[in-house]
Design a protein around this ligand. Structure first.
Ligand code: SF4
Ligand code: SF4
Length: 522
């Protein structure tokens, strides 16, 4: 950040946001959603022509911090059972109050002082007035006698009906800052940040040049159709004409596939195609989960390995759009790295140190064409049935592609009870109904184990389990206590999907795919 705005020369202010600070510009659809939520609760339209930023919050489902003209004004949280709900910041309360909105409650001077200095709740004797429509449980903002908002929180009691006790459970307590009334626009933001963007882009380009000066391999860019890899493609193209690798997991949004294909006039696009691997895996291994991501191997690593073996048998360098702010795992990853699962590839991340706001500003600055899903408010544009999706992502999927959501629900219902599907618990292995899951699958897995060799082993195991032994020894090496896990391991052992991802990991090259497309040891 520069000390002064390069455009208007006024002093730059540091804005504190909730970490990790993955900020984007709100789409028109998201602005409409926020306005609707505020109109329903407070009766006024809060967002008009301003530039609105959304900071993604770590929450159980989709949640954003809403930033307008340099101030955090509120948060919106999506709850699957009740939709979007607002949580105001004092600045948001002040905006609503100034516009004549409801939801206010006035504290006397003494109570106001305690709230601001100690962050205490608003108690009954300290209230002097409140909007007549307020109901218990409402989101409210607290005014001091001078008409400044000093806190936000939840109404616990209607003040006129009680003499003592907590009236407002205070969440945030400070005197609202003024919101700048300058006009804001994306164009102005890009203009003000142009020198910083230029600097950052030059650093990334020089990283690409330096990397290519010592890694003498074919040059590729992993392009997923997302915003980060779009920038990497743009930056690498300034240095060299790269080949583009698109991993089509077979469960991509149709818009993403179409969007990536639209680059084929400018680039040589190589497709690592997982075909129907996801659904074949689903049938045998059950639904993936955040803590059970078999599909990343089957739909991403396997097809990529196959493609590289075919096209780049001597290896390649692949520039990727990974950024350290995306996750703690990404933060630990080095800028140039290898992955034992993809031995033919050296990975490099030119935009490792970029924030998502820089990414969006760069896209606007360079006028890059983005995946249309972003314009509709999507944060993720990859696999549509991904267990990492929020329930809000599935709401958006339902709106755009109801048939795809139906397919997912149908497939899930073969494994899980309806409550796990509706609640979204299917996305977490540890939250699924375990008994039903295992009972339902036992029969399927036993049928998989019809192979004579495995069925013998399987029956031996079952006998041991029935004897109630505390631990089971297989080939004198493996000791496991969990009966279910043993069944699972056995089922997996005989149900190779032929994805090929383990071939790359094998240090001696002894693994291969046989004539039936399944794993074979030579
Ligand atoms: S669905 Fe999610 S977990 Fe599975 S391959 Fe796609 S991104 Fe990875
Ligand atoms: S055993 Fe089969 S399914 Fe498992 S990683 Fe290897 S090829 Fe893929």
């Amino acid at each position: 950040m520069k000390e002064k705005c390069p455009s208007c020369r006024s002093r730059a202010e540091k804005l504190k946001v909730t970490p990790p600070g993955e900020i984007k510009f709100a789409s028109e659809k998201e602005i409409r959603m926020i306005n609707r939520v505020i109109e329903e609760k407070f009766g006024v339209t809060i967002l008009r022509n301003e530039l609105v930023l959304l900071n993604k919050l770590p929450a159980t489902d989709k949640a954003y911090e809403v930033i307008v003209n340099g101030r955090r004004i509120l948060q919106v949280h999506f709850l699957p059972e009740s939709g979007w709900i607002p949580k105001l910041k004092p600045e948001g309360g002040q905006l609503i109050y100034n516009l004549g909105g409801r939801g206010w409650i006035i504290a006397d001077g003494k109570a106001s002082e305690s709230i601001v200095s100690k962050g205490v709740n608003l108690m009954a004797p300290g209230v002097t007035d409140a909007h007549p429509s307020l109901k218990v449980g409402d989101e409210v903002y607290v005014l001091n006698p001078a008409g400044r908002v000093i806190a936000t929180g939840t109404l616990k009691e209607v003040w006129s009906s009680v003499k003592r006790g907590v009236i407002v459970k205070v969440r945030d307590s400070w005197e609202a800052d003024d919101i700048f009334d300058k006009e804001s626009s994306l164009e102005a933001a890009v203009e003000a940040n142009e020198p910083i963007l230029k600097e950052e882009a030059e650093l990334s380009v020089s990283f690409i040049q330096k990397t290519l000066s010592f890694v003498k391999k074919d040059v590729t860019v992993a392009f997923s159709g997302g915003k980060d890899s779009l920038i990497v493609l743009d930056l690498v193209s300034e240095v060299i004409d790269p080949k583009v690798i698109f991993t089509d997991t077979g469960i991509e949004y149709p818009e993403t596939v179409k969007y990536v294909k639209s680059f084929s006039g400018d680039y040589d696009i190589l497709v690592a195609d997982a075909e129907d691997g996801f659904w074949r895996g689903f049938e045998i291994l059950g639904p993936p989960a955040r803590d059970y991501r078999w599909c990343c191997k089957v739909c991403k690593l396997g097809p990529t390995n196959k493609l590289l073996k075919e096209v780049f048998p001597d290896g390649c360098i692949t520039f990727v759009g990974q950024r350290r702010y995306e996750s703690s795992k990404r933060a630990k990853q080095r800028r140039i790295f290898t992955n034992p699962w993809i031995p033919l590839q050296i990975g490099a991340s030119p935009i490792r140190n970029w924030s998502s706001l820089q990414v969006w500003l760069y896209i606007s600055w360079k006028g890059l064409r983005i995946n249309p899903l972003y314009l509709d408010g999507f944060d993720r544009v990859g696999c549509w049935p991904c267990p990492s999706s929020d329930m809000w992502d599935f709401e958006m999927l339902k709106e755009r592609h109801p048939n795809l959501l139906k397919k997912l629900e149908n497939e899930l219902s073969k494994f899980l009870p309806e409550e796990d599907i509706k609640s979204g618990n299917w996305r977490f292995l540890r939250k699924r109904s375990p008994l039903k899951f295992w009972e339902r699958n036992l029969e399927r897995w036993i049928s998989l184990l019809s192979n004579e060799y495995y069925s013998k082993r399987f029956n031996n195991l079952l006998k041991s389990i029935r004897k109630n032994s505390e631990s089971i020894r297989i080939d004198h090496r493996l000791s496991l206590r969990d009966e279910r896990e043993i069944l699972w391991i056995l089922a997996k052992a005989v149900s190779c999907l032929g994805c090929g991802s383990c071939l790359g990991k094998c240090p001696t090259g002894a693994l291969g795919l046989g004539a039936d497309g399944k794993i074979e040891i030579s």
